[in-house]
Design a protein. Structure first.
Length: 238
């Protein structure tokens, strides 16, 4: 599996470079403004469901390039509902977010919800890697977010990312262990590589060569949903 993930990560950076060239990533100040519009007015349905799950991440969570209802959050909610769980999955993904931008908006996002979530799925750091930001800063930002979620007594599933080999062995040696080490330190569940089973399969990727299409999202959800069910544990059947 490690070999496959390594190959996927290499393909990930290759298609990112060929599809996007040197196009800039969204500015973190702007992504915070987007978050303000997407987290303050939570739908009433989030109160009515027995469990509230927050998908907190970047464009991979936000459903960039997909129709409404095809992104990770709604697809995961549909999968959990199909298994008889009364769960609302709130989409708190913001395209372009780095771990620093995520840290900046985490408390704001949580405070804007109608109630405390039963679970936060945390997936940030991919943009840090692509921009070559210092891995120690990514680790510090993720650690601060996990500390805040722990302080609020909110369960967490951490979804990891891998450094492309093109970033060099030194970068990979610092970046790749971030997620398993933090998962162990905070005692949270780790899904090692969010794009596992999707990157490297063109039929599951949008034309930008980076983001999963609706079929790719379904593959991701098929892998992640059992992890969420296990962590929620005592979710009330419909």
């Amino acid at each position: 599996m490690a070999t496959n993930l390594f190959r996927y990560a290499a393909f990930f950076l290759l298609v990112q470079l060929t599809a996007c060239g040197s196009a800039p990533v969204a500015d973190s100040a702007n992504t915070t403004d987007v978050a303000a519009h997407t987290t303050l007015a939570a739908p009433a349905a989030e109160v009515e469901k027995d469990r509230l799950v927050v998908a907190f991440g970047d464009s991979l969570y936000a459903g960039l390039g997909l129709e409404q209802g095809q992104g990770f959050a709604p697809a995961l909610e549909a999968a959990l509902t199909a298994q008889g769980l009364s769960v609302r999955v709130h989409n708190a993904g913001v395209s372009g977010d780095t771990s620093a931008a995520g840290l900046q908006r985490l408390a704001f996002t949580l405070d804007g919800l109608p109630r405390k979530p039963d679970l936060v799925i945390l997936g940030l750091g991919g943009n840090d890697m692509l921009r070559g930001l210092a891995p120690q800063d990514t680790k510090a930002n993720l650690e601060a977010m996990l500390t805040e979620l722990q302080r609020r007594k909110i369960k967490v599933v951490l979804t990891g990312m891998l450094a492309s080999p093109n970033m060099g062995p030194d970068f990979a040696a610092e970046f790749n262990p971030i997620y398993p080490r933090l998962a162990r330190k905070f005692g949270v569940t780790l899904y090692p590589f969010f794009l596992d089973g999707v990157i490297g399969h063109p039929a599951l990727i949008l034309p930008d060569g980076i983001h999963p299409n609706d079929k790719g999202v379904q593959v991701i959800v098929a892998h992640v949903a059992p992890v969420i069910v296990k962590v929620l544990g005592d979710a009330t059947p419909l």
